[in-house]
Design a protein around this ligand. Structure first.
Ligand SMILES: Cc1cc2nc3c(=O)[nH]c(=O)nc-3n(C[C@H](O)[C@H](O)[C@H](O)COP(=O)(O)O)c2cc1C
Ligand SMILES: [Mn+2]
Length: 540
């Protein structure tokens, strides 16, 4: 990495975890670092692209420790490798074992990011990265924050950026690494990539999972970037599944209504920050690409797609450029989905006809296949979506929202909790109904719980205890009908999917007799700390 990135305004100064500079219990910089002093289990090798020099590795670990923005996926890999959280696996088959290993990584605590290389049937160097952001340390690296940052600090910083970021229009450049390979016409071959079959019952190989699909609103002209799954049909055709109501889907519908195909670019290998922006619910009309530019403090450099004219981030790994056909469809799915089922089955979806593939030398697919919740995307989205939810309640004018949490077990959609300091009659219902229908909560919600501010919203035991002891269903449960759901909803009968209902549970102490509500047992957090410090030999 160039020297300019080591200091200067780009380096974030958020306070790291006071417990020390060692992210996730890994060795501090300058002592034993991954790949220098430790034997790796057989079958694993150290990351091959890193400088391989101990001093450089220690320097990279220090950059990760203080928080340093990355330019592209390769920078990100260097930083993650330097803190000991990357493994390379060679020779694993795409048919079964890449998917199986990935599923199990998602459901293991403290699991590393894994880069698969030398995949049988594909050229060596054509790689897949999985489990990239399952740990907070690696999410922090994606955001240029100190790898050891704590939960609430990370969420505060994200909320601050959502408040303060002004969009920055991408800079168009003539060329970049993405144009190292330009494949067009008869040479287009999607099957050259070692796309895994992620789940046994998938209807095809999904090259796009941790991806970003760029489309332009045909009427209003704004550029959207959304994460929508991409299934390979054959060498030159794919499917893109956009759920009803998603921005790309709205663009598609407007285009098709005019009898025109929709130009699109699917980035199926890209840096984690672009992916995050693409996978999160940003407001209608906002260009996620411009938002990333604003957040980084400089524009995203883009080349121009030769067939669609769409901007393509110049340092991305793999871009598929083409047209979603208004006049041709094929079956898409089934696919293992984030609810933990193959719930949307297969349906006719428009064909994505590929006009060009652009990719870097030795390209890397970013693999984020959905699994039973919580899977990788829930492990990082829980921080960002929860911060978004808290922010949206604040912007909607709900006072004294003390915390919000989108629980991973509900895929960060189906089960959300907000806590308030109750101020007036109806305050809790106001918070609950808005949380159930705001930008972050509206799509495929199910259960929204409102609790008092003594409850830790991220602790399911406490939340369920509050429901069990402070709510009385007849007084406390509201059902909202005909809400925004879609094909993925496992609880709605096939053929009838589209709407769902949801419950808002007011699990706060009843406002009108709050002073008479029984006292809860247990020490305060301050008392606990004092006692733990004093009797640390028996209390952890
Ligand atoms: C790994 C992953 C895969 C996703 N796959 C899809 C998908 O196939 N279709 C879809 O409509 N949304 C999918 N989503 C959710 C959207 O990416 C998300 O709602 C995003 O905000 C959509 O962009 P938009 O708000 O610009 O429409 C996925 C999210 C993640 C994290
Ligand atoms: Mn959008």
């Amino acid at each position: 990495m160039e020297a300019t990135r080591k200091k200067g305004p780009e380096v974030m100064t958020v306070i790291a975890d006071p417990a020390g500079g060692s992210p996730s219990g890994h060795e501090p910089a300058g002592t034993e670092v991954h790949g220098t002093g430790r034997e790796l289990p057989s079958g694993f090798t150290a990351f091959t692209d890193r400088p391989g020099n101990v001093a450089e590795l220690a320097e990279l670990a220090e950059l990760a420790r203080v928080g340093t923005p990355h330019e592209d996926l390769r920078d990100w890999l260097q930083l993650v490798d330097a803190i000991g959280e990357l493994r390379v696996l060679e020779g694993v088959d795409w048919e079964e074992n890449i998917g199986r290993i990935t599923e199990m990584l998602h459901h293991s605590d403290d699991a590393p990011a894994v880069l698969f290389d030398a995949i049988p049937g594909a050229e060596r160097g054509y790689r897949i990265l999985v489990n990239a952001q399952s740990e907070r340390s690696r999410l922090a690296i994606s955001l240029g924050l100190p790898a050891g940052i704590g939960t609430w600090e990370l969420m505060d910083e994200w909320e601050r950026r959502r408040d303060e970021t002004e969009p920055v229009v991408p800079t168009m450049v003539d060329s970049g690494p993405i144009f190292e390979n330009i494949v067009e016409g008869d040479d287009v071959d999607l099957l050259k990539f070692p796309t895994p079959r992620w789940h046994p019952q998938d209807g095809g190989r999904y090259i796009g999972t941790g991806d970003a699909v760029l489309t332009r609103d045909p009427e209003e002209g704004w550029l959207n970037m959304g994460t929508y799954r991409v299934m390979v049909h054959d060498a030159t055709h794919a499917a893109i599944f956009m759920s009803p109501g998603k921005h790309g889907r709205l663009h598609r519908e407007k285009s098709f209504a005019r009898g025109e195909a929709l130009p699109a670019v699917a980035l199926v290998g890209l840096d984690p920050l672009l992916f995050l922006a693409s996978a999160l619910e940003m407001p209608y009309g906002q260009s996620e690409l411009e938002w990333v530019g604003g957040m980084r403090g400089r524009p995203v450099e883009c080349v121009t797609g030769r067939h669609t004219g769409l901007p393509i981030p110049a340092r991305a790994e793999i871009a598929l450029e083409g047209f979603l056909r208004h006049d041709e469809s094929r079956l898409e799915g089934p696919f293992g989905e984030w609810t933990g089922y193959y719930a949307s089955g297969s349906r006719e979806e428009p064909v994505f006809e590929i006009a060009a593939i652009y990719h870097r030398n030795d390209p890397i697919i970013l693999g984020v296949p959905p699994e039973k919740p919580p899977y990788e995307a829930h492990k990082f989205r829980q921080y960002l979506k929860s911060a978004n939810l808290r922010r949206e309640l604040r912007l909607a004018g709900v006072p004294d929202v003390t915390a919000a949490w989108c629980h991973g077990v509900g895929g960060c959609q189906l089960f959300t909790t907000v806590s308030i300091k109750q101020r007036y009659p109806g305050h809790a219902r106001q918070a609950g109904h808005i949380a159930a229908q705001c930008r972050t909560g509206a799509y495929l919600g199910r259960v929204t719980v409102v609790v008092d501010d003594d409850i830790d919203v991220s602790d399911l035991d406490e939340v369920i205890w509050a429901i069990c002891t402070r709510s009385d269903p007849e007084r406390s449960f509201d059902i909202i009908k005909r809400s925004w759901s879609g094909p993925l909803d496992p609880a709605i009968e096939p053929g009838k999917k589209g709407f769902n209902s949801r419950v808002v549970i007011d699990a706060t102490k009843p406002f009108e007799w709050i002073d008479k509500f029984p006292e809860a047992i247990g020490p305060t957090p301050e008392e606990k700390k004092i006692t733990r410090d004093r009797w640390s030999w028996v209390l952890k």
